[in-house]
Design a protein around this ligand. Structure first.
Ligand SMILES: [Zn+2]
Ligand SMILES: [Zn+2]
Length: 177
């Protein structure tokens, strides 16, 4: 029998279900299950890892089924793919009714922690706007922007080497007493 998800994940799944309904698409049982597995992990999860977890619950879960499901979830903006890790993360905004990320693909920036692997999603429209403006100067029209930055999260920062985050320019210096 399938393990239960956390309450947070269940809450997001219920909203994702409703969001899909409003768009005239269906969050089938399998789609819900895979979305739940992705939302429930703190770190990005790869397609084969998902497949392994599914196989524990149901026999015959095949890679094409998982890939098709992932495509659907990506299309609906419920998850994102991190290209450099070839792994998936849930989009909390995409699974939240009435959030600013009103569905489908949205511009996002990801901060990937090198130590704990946690991923923080940001939706900074200034970043997308600056890129779009720069691209237009070369006659290029950007359709979707995904920015992936690597560094250390604030929990890992004290254990990591500070020099590793030399590129955190523009961020306010942390105040310590
Ligand atoms: Zn997102
Ligand atoms: Zn970290």
């Amino acid at each position: 029998m399938a393990a239960e998800f956390s309450r947070r994940t269940e809450g997001l799944l219920n909203q994702a279900h409703e969001i899909c309904q409003q768009r005239g698409v269906t969050l089938t049982e399998l789609r819900r299950r895979i979305l739940g597995l992705i939302l429930d992990t703190a770190v990005p999860i790869g397609a084969y890892e998902l497949l392994d977890q599914l196989r524990e619950e149901r026999r015959g879960a095949a890679p094409p089924t998982v890939y098709r499901t992932l495509d659907f979830l990506l299309e609906q903006g419920l998850i994102h793919k991190l290209e450099r890790l070839s792994a998936f993360v849930g989009c909390v905004a995409g699974c939240t009714i009435g959030s600013a990320a009103d569905g489908h693909e949205h511009a996002a920036q990801f901060m990937i922690c090198r130590i704990c692997g946690r991923v923080i999603e940001m939706q900074n429209h200034d970043v997308s706007a600056a890129l779009a403006k720069a691209a237009l100067r070369s006659g290029f029209v950007i359709k979707i922007v995904t920015v992936e930055a690597e560094g250390l999260c604030k929990m890992c920062l004290p254990t990591g080497k500070r020099s590793a985050v030399a590129y955190k320019k523009g961020h306010p210096r942390p105040r310590r007493k």
